[in-house]
Design a protein around this ligand. Sequence first.
Ligand code: APR
Length: 307
Amino acid sequence: MKRAKISVIGSGNIGATTAYLCALKGLGDVVLLDIIEGIPEGKGLDIFESLPVEGIDCRVAGTNSYADTEGSDVVVITAGVARKPGMSRDDLIHINKTIITDITGQVMTYSPDCILIVVTNPLDVMVTLAHRLSGLPGHKVIGMAGVLDSARFRCFIADELGVSVESVSALVLGGHGDTMVPMVRLANVGGIPLETLISAERLEAIVRRTRDGGAEIVNYLKTGSAYYAPASSIVEMVEAIVKDRKKVLPCAAYLQGEYGVKDLFIGVPVKLGAGGVEEIYEISLNKKEKEAFTKTVEQVRALVKKV
Ligand code: APR
C-alpha cells in the first residue's frame, strides 16, 4: 500500500515536533518546509536519522521548495508568528494573514487535492482565510484547536481526580480564544458525570485554567507559545485522516447552517476520516451553553471581518 505524504509548513517549534511525531508513528512520508534556509533541511534530516533507532520505515526531508510538497495527502500549516507574554492570539492577525496568504497559494499549486489542517493563530480566522484562498471544499479544510483545548481540559480533570487521562472524556467547543466553551455538562469520567465528582467551585477553576491554558505556557516560556500539546493534537488529527479512523474530535469545521451558523469555521465535534470532515455532530445545547456558543461565534465573526 502506498504511504501517505504529509507536508508540514513551518519548521519551528510546532512544525518540527509535528513532523517528528508523524514520523515516530509511521504515519507516512513527511516533508518539512520553512522559509528559512537550512532549518527544515537540518531538522528533517535529524528526524530521518532517528528512524533506524525507532524501527520506522518512512522518509523525512526538509526543504524550502514547495515543489517538494507535490501530491501531499495532508498539509499542515504551522508557519507564522507565535505570541509572546501579554499578547492575545488575536494580536497576530495581520502578520499571520500575510503568511497564510502566501503559503496557501503555494500549497494549492502542488497539492490541489490535499486535506489542509491549519494551526496558525488566530486559528479560527486563519482557517477561514486558508479555506477561501484554497478553493477547497469546506470538508477538506480543518482547524486544529478543539483537540488541544479539550486535551488541556481532560488533563486538568484527570489531575484533579487522580485518575487516568484515558478515563476522562470531555470536549471544548467554539473559538480558540477566551470565549471557548468547555462543555462541563457532557464531561464524564468512566461514564460518570463530571459534575457529580467535582465541586462547582473547583470545576469553575478548571474551566478557567483551560481557557487560559495557552497563556499559562506563554508566561513560562516568554519567547514563544506551547508546542508539545499542539503537535500531539495535530498528529491525532493527521492519524485519523491517513488511517481513515473516523475519530470523533472537536475541530474548527466549516459550518453551513449547523448550530444556526453559516459560512464560519468554529470548533464543533466532527467525524474525521480519509475524506476530512465526514460528518458534523450537532449537540443540543442548554440555555447557558447556547449563550456562550453565540458569544464565541460573534467574537470569531468580528475577527474574521478584520481580514
Ligand atoms: N513560509 C514558511 N514558513 C514560515 C513563513 C512563511 N511565509 N513565515 C514564517 N515561517 C516559519 C518561521 O520561519 C518559523 O520557523 O514559521 C515557523 C514558526 O515557528 P515558531 O516561531 O517556532 O512558532 P510555533 O510555536 O511553531 O507556532 C506557529 O502556530 O499555534 C500557532 O500561535 C502559533 O501562529 C503560531 C504558529
